[in-house]
Design a protein around this ligand. Structure first.
Ligand code: NAG
Ligand code: NAG
Length: 816
């Protein structure tokens, strides 16, 4: 009963199995071809073992039993795949760096099967010289040397591999089969032979000595074309350099990185605001528009929008990059295709249609009341400016998950042709399109050709299929495009580094891009649950409330009916110094083995509430006095760090827990009473399985500090700035404890790891972020701001779907 999610387990391991099969096939082929060609290479008689080959030539081998070959190879291949499958299945529970000892097995075999060469007695020369010569000969030929050097070599590699951090994809003590070291280690050695050279400080010395000895013992005079002394010299230089350099790199810092990030955030926020509010007059707004958006004129009725924005006191006038990014590919798309795409969308489930005709707005009246509510809200927003919009109808995605995921190459091509500035030959005929000048609403024309035939879509998309689609939506050469990341056990530093400074998120916008983070597919429920409906690979004009970076849905402000009404007016000073998160199990719709171990909420709860004694956390801690604080990273048992910080993270349940999945979660993580975030200083905001944290805006508007860990974008995502309006947390959570301890302080709960802590809380920074976020949300994320955004979006959209879109635009009449 504890393995309720068992059946789903199979699915995840299918792909690694197939790819390892292909890998075997390809490497087998390569080895075969290489062996054929190697015969013609000069000196191909074998450098190490030429004797054996010569012997082999003289003593003809017995006739090989060829009939046994094929079954034998099939058996070995299947066995290899099975082993691979078993190991990948519970990789997070395997120990690391064991594979480095594989060569020791071979060396041991060599050692045991070694026959001493017959002693050839030469005429004795002088005693000392001959002793030295003998010793050298013994060192080079003795099997012990080979064994010893291999052990050292492996030891160095082993330490190097173990140095890296572990991922937060966890091994459950409750659910994963008891980890039997013997067979598991054995299996592991055979399936992930992966020798890496990580020269890092003192751990690499065995590596260097082992390697040197190994080269002598094997009588290797060169590697490829580099001579032995030179190879050793290079290794030594690298080693010494890394030993000298390492303390500077990870050694104590005088400033906490978050200090820098908060400071840079402030500077950045000023610059951002200046960039967003350049224009105070229509004339400068038009000029800014042309400068920023491909030299185009603003859309018709831009003047109406401008005065609308001014009247609503919109702080942001010039910066609407998300709208531009979403709509740009449609400039490169044939109008007929946009229209048939809309017709096709109308035939799909959970699509609402909003029609604007003759200045009136209405929607398609879906039967679901909550869906109707969403559309009602959009219609009421649009109706305050609908008289200025051309006739159109737009399709709104009423599911939370985005649905349009077009291959990168297609989007790139379309966006490229869309961004070419259109030099208008008919400049004088440029006209302002007025409301009276109408076209029939989109989609009512041309009913004959539907996009259904041309649209490539996948019914019910499995997580695997989703990964493939996602890979195609990334640029060629990006890590996500390159393949599946199946190593759930180790922390993927290459995935986090491009947007991080140490453990901390430095570039929030970049952290939303999945294309350099293939490991995300094992770390977030959005990527691990199957999509309950189609994902479309052709560009379709669909408006959605949220999406991840690669999706091509057009973002639209949608009111979340149930979250916005909660008002939290507890003052900052009245809040408890706690970090809080609670999630209802009902939000986890489909639990698989992967999502149980890797889902973003599950990983968090395991890390904070259920870490085993073997798990550790690297935390940035401060020592010294107020005058001279020093900060350094230290690995500490996770349980110790957790008890040092005031964290309350838990699942709750509002319904009786009677499904198998729910009971599984209850056993693994336990439930807590429902609490309230309003009296907590730090409110952690995590995504749902399908979309962004529903409470993001309410918490921004409150006096609490929003601590945001998300992969989704919404219409206002480009407006909120990390370390200014909220505290960003990488979804891998490796920086969670260090980040929170900067604000909460470490000195209140006694020493950590035997070191007395002097790091005080930075409550003033926390208060400042809470206050900035609050002011900013009340200034730029109001209902009015949604209207301003929506108005501009629909003006842009109205133009891009017009037959005359290349000539259409707003130009100021020159006053002479
Ligand atoms: C919104 O809240 C009401 C009760 O306040 C509830 O009945 C409804 O199901 C909720 N809707 C959603 C979409 O959560
Ligand atoms: C994890 O922690 C929770 C709460 O502390 C507890 O109820 C649950 O039993 C723990 N799970 C395991 C597997 O230890």
């Amino acid at each position: 009963m504890t393995r309720g999610a068992g059946s789903a387990v199979q699915a995840g391991a299918d792909d690694p199995q197939l790819s390892s099969f292909l890998l075997l096939l390809v490497s087998g082929g390569v080895v075969f071809v290489a062996s054929v060609f190697s015969k013609w290479l000069p000196g191909a008689d074998g450098r190490f073992d030429s004797e054996a080959i010569i012997k082999g030539l003289h003593t003809p081998l017995p006739q090989r039993p060829r009939r046994l070959y094929v079954p034998c190879i099939i058996f070995l291949t299947v066995a290899r795949l099975q082993i691979m499958h078993r190991v990948v299945h519970d990789l997070q529970c395997s120990s690391r760096g064991v594979e480095a000892f594989l060569p020791v097995l071979l060396a041991f075999y060599e050692f045991m099967s070694h026959k001493p060469a017959p002693v050839e007695s030469d005429e004795p020369e002088d005693m000392w010289g001959s002793f030295w010569e003998d010793f050298k000969a013994w060192v080079v030929t003795s099997p012990i040397t080979l064994l010893l050097s291999t052990v050292l070599f492996s030891l160095g590699t082993h330490f190097g591999v173990r140095l890296g951090a572990r991922s937060t994809y966890f091994c459950s003590t409750l659910l994963d089969r008891r980890h039997r070291p013997g067979p598991r280690v054995f299996l592991h050695v055979y399936s992930t032979v992966d020798l890496r050279i990580i020269p890092d400080g003192t751990y690499s010395y065995p590596y260097l000595f082992g390697f040197t000895l190994f080269m002598y013992a094997n009588n290797m005079r060169s590697i490829i074309v580099i001579g032995r002394p030179f190879v050793i010299l290079i290794l030594m230089v690298v080693l010494i350099a890394s030993t000298v350099y390492a303390p500077f790199r990870i050694g104590p810092m005088d400033r906490h990185p978050v200090d820098d990030l908060v400071y840079k955030g402030r500077v950045n926020a000023d610059r951002w605001l200046r960039h967003a509010t350049v224009s105070t007059t229509l004339r400068s707004a038009v000029r800014e528009y042309k400068d920023r958006y491909h030299g185009r004129n603003p859309p018709p009725n831009f003047d109406k929008w401008f005065s609308f924005a001014q009247q609503r006191k919109s702080a942001i006038i010039d910066k609407f990059d998300q709208i531009d990014k979403d709509i740009l590919p449609f400039w490169g798309m044939n109008l007929q295709k946009i229209r048939s795409g809309l017709d096709f969308l109308k035939s799909l489930p959970d699509i609402g249609v909003i029609t604007i005709a003759d200045g009136k707005v209405y929607h398609s009246q879906p039967s679901d009341p909550s869906q109707r509510q969403v559309l009602d809200d959009v219609v009421s927003m649009i109706s305050s400016f609908s008289e200025h919009l051309p006739d159109m109808s737009v399709a709104i995605n009423l599911n939370e998950r985005p649905r349009i995921l077009v291959p990168w190459d297609d989007v790139y091509r379309m966006a490229l042709s869309g961004s070419k500035p259109r030099f208008n030959i008919f400049h004088n005929r440029l006209h302002r399109r007025q409301v009276g000048d109408r076209k029939p609403p989109l989609g009512n024309s041309n009913g004959a050709s539907t996009a259904a035939e041309t649209s490539t879509s996948q019914p019910i998309v499995s997580a695997q299929k989703f990964h493939h689609l996602q890979a195609f939506a990334c640029p060629p050469g990006s890590p996500t495009r390159a393949g599946i990341h199946w190593n759930v056990r180790d922390f993927c530093a290459a995935c986090a580094n491009p947007h991080s400074q140490g453990q901390f998120v430095q570039d929030w916008q970049k952290s939303l891009d999945p294309c350099h983070q293939p490991d995300l597919f094992n770390l977030h429920d959005f990527h691990m649950a199957r999509h309950g409906y189609e994902i479309h690979q052709t560009l379709l004009p669909l408006f959605s409330g949220s999406k991840t970076d690669s999706f091509n849905d057009i973002l639209i402000p949608l009111v979340k009916s149930n979250s916005t009404d909660r008002v939290d007016s507890t003052a900052f000073a009245d809040k408890f110094n706690r970090a809080f998160w609670q999630g209802d199990v009902a939000d986890i719709q489909s639990l698989t083995s992967q999502s149980l171990h890797g889902g973003h909420r599950q990983r968090l709860l395991h890390l904070v509430n259920n870490a085993t004694s073997a798990e550790s956390i690297s935390i940035l801690m401060g020592t010294g006095n107020d005058k001279r604080m020093r900060f350094h990273y230290e690995d500490i048992q996770a349980r110790t760090v957790n008890s040092h910080l005031p964290l309350s993270f838990s699942f709750t349940t509002s319904e009786p827990c009677d499904t198998a999945d729910c009971r599984l979660i209850q056993q693994e993580f336990g439930f807590q009473e429902r609490g309230t975030p309003t009296d907590k200083l730090f409110v952690l905001l995590l995504d749902n399985s399908d979309g962004p944290p529903p409470d993001l805006l309410p918490v921004l508007r409150s006096y609490s500090v929003p601590v945001l860990s998300s992969i989704f974008r919404e219409w206002y995502t480009e407006r909120i700035l990390p370390w200014v309006h909220f505290i960003p947390i990488d979804v891998r959570y490796h920086g969670l404890h260090s980040t929170l301890s900067y604000f909460i302080g470490l000195k209140y709960n006694g020493p950590l790891n035997g070191k007395s802590q002097t790091m005080d809380s930075r409550k003033e920074d926390a208060r400042w972020i809470a206050e900035e976020g609050r002011k900013w949300a009340h200034k730029t994320m109001r209902k009015e701001d949604m209207e301003v955004y929506l108005f501009r979006l629909l003006l842009e959209w109205g133009r891009v779907i017009d037959d005359d879109r290349d000539n259409l635009g707003f130009v100021l009449e020159e006053k002479s």
